[in-house]
Design a binder for this molecule. Structure first.
Ligand code: PMT
Length: 405
C-alpha cells in the first residue's frame, strides 16, 4: 500500500464508525488516505475523526470550499482505489443509476480508479430485490462488491448486512491494487505445527506460530492465486479469500495435502510437521502414579518426501522449507535432493530474529540446480513475496520448457 492514494467514501449508516478503523489500517499500511463523507455519513461520525486519523481534510460538501473546485473530478481520477464503506442501499442505488447529487456520488461518477463497494444495511433491506438488482448492475460494470458479514445487526436483527471487517476490506483492497501476476495459479501452502496426542489433554508439538506460512498464503492471494491453506493449530486468523483447511496431526495434514494435490500447480510446505508421534494415544488422561514415564514414539509420514517420490503423477512444483539449528546449507541441500524438490528455503532457527514465532526471517533459497540465493534479514511478508517471485519465474520457465520453446 506504500504511497498508494486511497479514497474512503463514507455514506450514512451506523457502520460509519467501523470506517474509522479502516482508515487507521490504511494509514498504518502507508497508504495516502483521503476521506469524503455524505452529509448523512457525517451525522454518524464527525469528519474530525477522519481528519485526525487520515491527516487530511475531509470533504463533505461540494459547495463549502472544503477542497478545490475540481476535487470531485480529480480525486477519483488521481487515486489508486475508491472504497465505499459503508455503502448504504441508497448510495448503491445512486451508483447503479448514475445519480451525482453530492461530492461522493459525483466523484464516483467521474472516477477512473477501481471501486470497492462494502455494503452495510438491515438484512431485509439487503435482500430487497431492488438492492440486489442494483448490486448486480454494479458488478456487471466491473465494480468489486464485497459480501456483507452475517450476524447480529445494530437494528437488533440477525442476517446478512454487517459491514465486512475492516481487516477483510483491507485485504480485498490489497488484491485490487496488487499486480495479479499469480492469477490462474493454484497454490497449496502448509503452515503451523502439527500436534500429536499423548492422551486427551496432552500432546507433542513444536514452536511454529504459522506466521511464515500464513504470510505466503496471504501474499499469494493478494497477487491473484487461488490459495488453499492447510494449517495446524495456530492463533492466527486465516487470511481473507483463502480456502482454509485446519488440521491437527501429521496424518491429518497428509490427507488434506494429498486430497488437494490434484488441483494444485504449486505446493509450498512451510509447516513444521512433527517427525514423530506417540505410538499410542491413551484413551483417558494418564495419571501421575509412576515416578517416570516412557513414551514410545513412531515416525510420522514425511509428507513432502512422499509428494517428491510421487512426482510422475503430478507436474506441480514442490517447495520445501528447512528449519535448522546447525549445518544449515548441508542439511537443507540434503533435504532438497532427498525429497526431490524444485526449491528449498533454508532458515537458521537458532537466531533470535529468524525462524519460529518471529515476524522476521533470514533465509537462503537453494534451487535444484545447486544455485543458492542468500537473502538479508526481512519481514516474513517480504520473504513471502520474494519466494513467490522466484516460484513464479520457475513456473513460467517450466511452462516454456514444456511447450518446447
Ligand atoms: O511458523 P513460524 O513461527 O512462522 O516459523 C516458520 C518456520 C520456521 C516453521 C518455517 O520457516 C519453516 O522452516 N518450516 C519448515 C520447518 C520444518 O519442519 O523443517 P524440516 O527441516 O523438519 O522439514 C523439511 C520440509 O519437509 C518442510 O517443508 C516440512 O514441511 C516437510 N516435512 C517435514 C517432516 C514431515 N514429516 N513431513 C514434511 O512434509
Amino acid at each position: 500500500m506504500k504511497g498508494k492514494k486511497i479514497i474512503v467514501g463514507v455514506s450514512g449508516g451506523i457502520a460509519a464508525y467501523k470506517a474509522a478503523e479502516l482508515v487507521r489500517l490504511l494509514v498504518k499500511a502507508d497508504a495516502r488516505t483521503f476521506v469524503t463523507m455524505t452529509s448523512n455519513g457525517a451525522r454518524f461520525v464527525t469528519p474530525l475523526t477522519f481528519e485526525a486519523l487520515s491527516g487530511n481534510r475531509v470533504i463533505r460538501d461540494m459547495w463549502d470550499n472544503e477542497g478545490t473546485s475540481i476535487d470531485h473530478i480529480s480525486w477519483g481520477q488521481e487515486s489508486d482505489l475508491i472504497i465505499i464503506a459503508p455503502a448504504t442501499a441508497n448510495f448503491i442505488a445512486k451508483m447503479a443509476h448514475g445519480i451525482g447529487d453530492d461530492f461522493l456520488s459525483t466523484m464516483v461518477l467521474a472516477a477512473t480508479a477501481g471501486i470497492l463497494v462494502c455494503p452495510s444495511m438491515n438484512s431485509q433491506m439487503f435482500k430487497n430485490p431492488a438492492v440486489q438488482d442494483n448490486l448486480r448492475v454494479l458488478k456487471a460494470r466491473g465494480i468489486t462488491v464485497m459480501e456483507p458479514g452475517e450476524g447480529q445487526l445494530a437494528c437488533h436483527t440477525e442476517g446478512p448486512g454487517r459491514l465486512p471487517e475492516p481487516g477483510d476490506i483491507m485485504e480485498q483492497a490489497f488484491i485490487l491494487i496488487s499486480p495479479q501476476d499469480l492469477s490462474g495459479l493454484k497454490i497449496l501452502v502448509t503452515a503451523g505445527p502439527t500436534v500429536e496426542p499423548i492422551d486427551p489433554v496432552r500432546y507433542i508439538t513444536n514452536r511454529s506460530s504459522g506466521k511464515m506460512g500464513y504470510a505466503l498464503a496471504r501474499a499469494a492471494r493478494r497477487r491473484g492465486a487461488s490459495v488453499t491453506l492447510v494449517s495446524g493449530p495456530t492463533n492466527l486468523k486465516p487470511p481473507y479469500g483463502v480456502e482454509f483447511c485446519g488440521v491437527k496431526t501429521a496424518e491429518d495434514m497428509k490427507q488434506a495435502v494429498f486430497k488437494n494435490r490434484p488441483k494444485c500447480n504449486i505446493i509450498i510446505k512451510a509447516a513444521a510437521v512433527s517427525d514423530y508421534r506417540p505410538r499410542d494415544s491413551a484413551a483417558h488422561k494418564i495419571k501421575k502414579d509412576e515416578d517416570s514415564l516412557s513414551l514410545e514414539l513412531v515416525k510420522n509420514p514425511d509428507i513432502l518426501a512422499e509428494l517428491g517420490s510421487a512426482r510422475k503423477e503430478s507436474d506441480c512444483l514442490l517447495v520445501g522449507f528447512a528449519a535448522e539449528t546447525k549445518d544449515l546449507m548441508a542439511n537443507a541441500k540434503k533435504k532438497l535432493r532427498g525429497k526431490n524438490l524444485d526449491m528449498i528455503v533454508a532458515n537458521d532457527v537458532s537466531r533470535e530474529d529468524s525462524g519460529f514465532e518471529t515476524d522476521t526471517n533470514i533465509v537462503k533459497i537453494i534451487y535444484s540446480d545447486g544455485q543458492v540465493e542468500d537473502l538479508a534479514l526481512m519481514t516474513k511478508d517480504a520473504v513471502a513475496d520474494l519466494v513467490l517471485d522466484r516460484i513464479n519465474a520457475m513456473w513460467e520457465g517450466s511452462l516454456e520448457h514444456r511447450s518446447g520453446n
